[in-house]
Design a protein around this ligand. Structure first.
Ligand code: ZN
Length: 269
């Protein structure tokens, strides 16, 4: 038995629910679970107030799970009743950040717009909204984003840029491989979602079981915002249980032509 499986989690849900109720619409941390499946189960039970009476009546709390830096899965919750127009959870965050190159010498500054996960990479809490900040350098003015994460963890421009570029490289590699080895599907029947479905299938082909949230993020990176939103809504309905491949199936189903895309994943991630 590993140290991780041996670790027991005991969570007092009462105080968590009370804190969430005291601040409607604000995300609160529930706990970090060693196993993803446990976290998924907790999200499901919060939504249905099943075996967790603190979150009754069913449907008054919203929860999600996200990776935690210690290797576990964090669960976050918010109370949705009485909050002035609770915004849906974003599928991505867009920031303008400074790129000062990777070498030691001064190479000036360029501004890069990045699309990254809406979750803090350390604790899984929601990342902050961007606000504009202007600064002068070398005789010119540059506009960048600044943001504060409610969890208190700070994102550096260097880290956010690296996070974005890693995902861009991953996505481009997946697309090249997919184009090279997969037969041409009848994408035309998928209408407005054709490119989005192709992107998800390519992304999912390289990494089986990849989570649909990553797929929604990739769709945002390629400006398929409508498709990303549809997946986010479906994710909420499924309490976060959906792989990238099944997200592709879901979109294809919306276009009523799912059979063009081969077998779906048996077990959802
Ligand atoms: Zn954090």
């Amino acid at each position: 038995m590993t140290a991780r499986t041996a670790r027991k989690i005991t969570v007092e849900h009462g105080p968590v629910a009370t804190a969430a109720k005291a601040a409607p619409g604000v995300w609160k941390p529930v706990a970090v679970y060693p196993a993803l499946t446990t976290a998924q189960g907790v999200v499901d039970r919060i939504h249905h107030a099943k075996w967790l009476p603190s979150y009754a009546p069913a449907g008054t709390f919203e929860a999600y799970h996200a990776p935690h830096e210690d290797g576990g899965t964090a669960v976050w919750v918010r109370y949705t009743v009485g909050a002035p127009a609770v915004e849906p959870r974003p599928t991505s965050m867009t920031y303008r950040v400074c790129d000062r190159g990777s070498g030691r010498g001064y190479v000036g500054v360029s501004i890069v717009t990045v699309v990254v996960s809406p979750d803090c990479p350390r604790c899984g809490g929601p990342r902050g909204e961007a606000r504009s900040h202007w600064f002068p350098e070398d005789g010119a003015w540059y506009g960048v984003s600044r943001w504060d994460n409610a969890c208190g963890h700070q994102d550096s421009y260097v880290a956010v840029l690296a996070e974005y570029r890693k995902l861009v490289a991953q996505l481009e590699a997946a697309e090249r491989q997919y184009e090279a080895r997969v037969d041409k599907h009848d994408l035309a029947r998928l209408g407005e979602y054709a490119d989005a479905v192709r992107l998800l299938l390519a992304f999912g082909a390289g990494t089986p079981g990849l989570h649909a949230r990553q797929g929604a993020l990739c769709l945002d990176m390629r400006a398929h915002h409508e498709a990303a939103l549809r997946i986010q809504e479906e994710l909420a309905r499924r309490s976060g249980r959906m792989s990238v491949r099944n997200a592709a199936w879901f979109l294809a189903g919306l276009a009523a032509a799912p059979e063009a895309f081969g077998p779906r994943d048996v077990a959802d991630a």
